[in-house]
Design a protein around this ligand. Structure first.
Ligand code: GLA
Length: 378
């Protein structure tokens, strides 16, 4: 990927630039908890967005996306926002950096990636984090701290892309560390690295290839439900909500909102339970929590789909230790924790059965927990 970017950059702009990359992510557990002030447990993966960038001495940004085979040019003022959705991610990062008092001047860039799009692996956060990190390095002497870089990406989603996401994806993409998952308290932003070497197990993703698109999806509606319940409880977020408190307002909230909040309250606790279980090497508990999360996301939070529920059923039949839909939902992948000696049978069975039912095989994605945003070449 690096060589192709370099070749394209040279051809298009006649110079060389600096190369940066940032990662997609998995999340072992803790879904839809970030915007509720709860805990998440993600890790960055070996799937990246990579960009070569060179300051061009003008007030224009000139961008070529290799994957889209598309070019776009825009200025750096608010009214210069491009129409193309893919370019708005980069424009948003520029604007959010400027809004925070940072410097951004014109630059040329070519970027490409191998984070599957719409698979729930946060390709958009990888793109935002790559550029937030790069602009900090190129124009701001790395003075913007890492949490602010993650927030620049998150605000880009809110203000330029229409997704009211939490902080998990951008956090994972910026803070990711090789071989470690990270537990983030999304209220205090305290975080802890957990070395993740599940001896005797593999983590594998199965991509249903049902495209998830969080823009205009019911994602924002889920967040609104949670906020309504929190307000009814007199709280800022559901972080401190309990089942008992929820039961007390049962008549004051809609059935749908009630079920959304019920999921979130359970999920907050599952993250803590999984972290404790991991420290004991108790993968059976980790797996059980993953199935509970799937059931909650499917029945109470209603962000699954038929294909993902089917992959989850097949995992259960094959004795997979833990399996669940991963990320925002509405399509994308399941994440599976599977004993090494059951892996081959699981993959073969899932491919065969899914193909028989839906006419295509799920894509098998093996991931390595890797570093987040970094400079690749000076
Ligand atoms: C998407 C959002 C995240 C998070 C997850 C669900 O990936 O970008 O902020 O809410 O969904 O856990």
């Amino acid at each position: 990927m690096k060589e192709q970017i370099q070749e394209q950059f040279k051809q298009r702009f006649g110079t060389d630039g600096v190369i940066y990359a940032s990662a997609g992510r998995i999340n072992l557990i803790g879904e839809h908890t970030d915007y509720n002030g709860g805990f998440v447990f993600p890790g960055a993966i070996d799937k990246y967005i990579m960009a070569e960038i060179n300051i061009n001495g003008t007030d224009k940004v000139r961008v070529f996306s290799m994957d889209m085979d598309a070019y776009c040019e825009f200025g750096l003022n608010e009214e210069d926002a491009p129409q193309e959705q893919w370019a708005r991610y980069i424009f948003g990062v520029c604007r959010e950096t400027i809004k925070r008092g940072g410097t951004v001047k014109g630059f040329d860039t070519v970027f490409a990636g191998n984070v599957p799009l719409g698979a729930g692996l946060s390709s958009s956060a990888a793109l935002e984090s790559c550029f937030a990190f790069a602009l900090n390095d190129l124009f701001n002497d790395n003075k913007i701290d890492k949490f602010e870089l993650a927030k620049i990406g998150q605000s880009t989603e809110h203000n330029y892309c229409g997704v009211n996401c939490g902080i998990m994806d951008q956090f994972a993409s910026v803070f990711g560390k090789k071989d470690c998952l990270m537990r983030l308290d999304c209220r205090s932003l305290e975080h802890e690295y957990f070395p993740f070497h599940p001896e005797g197990y593999k983590v594998v993703l199965l991509n249903s290839k049902v495209k998830h698109e969080l823009v205009d999806s019911p994602y924002n509606k889920r967040r609104e439900s949670c906020e309504r319940v929190a307000a009814t409880l007199g709280l800022d977020t559901l972080r401190d909500a309990t089942y008992t408190m929820l039961a007390d307002v049962r008549d004051k909230v809609s059935d749908e909102d009630y079920r959304r909040a019920r999921f979130v309250i359970g999920e907050k606790q599952r993250v803590l339970d999984v972290c404790d279980a991991l420290e004991r090497g108790d993968y059976e508990t980790v797996g059980r929590c993953m199935y509970e999360t799937h059931d909650g996301l499917s029945r109470d939070y209603e962000v699954s789909c038929e294909e993902l529920d089917y992959l989850n059923d097949v995992a259960r039949e094959c004795g997979v230790t833990g399996s669940r839909i991963m990320g925002g939902g509405f399509g994308g992948c399941t994440i599976n924790l599977v004993k090494e000696d059951r892996y081959d049978n699981f993959i073969a069975t899932a491919k065969e059965k899914f193909n028989a039912k839906y006419g295509h095989e799920p894509e098998v994605i093996n991931v390595i927990i890797s570093d987040g945003a970094h400079k690749v070449i000076d």
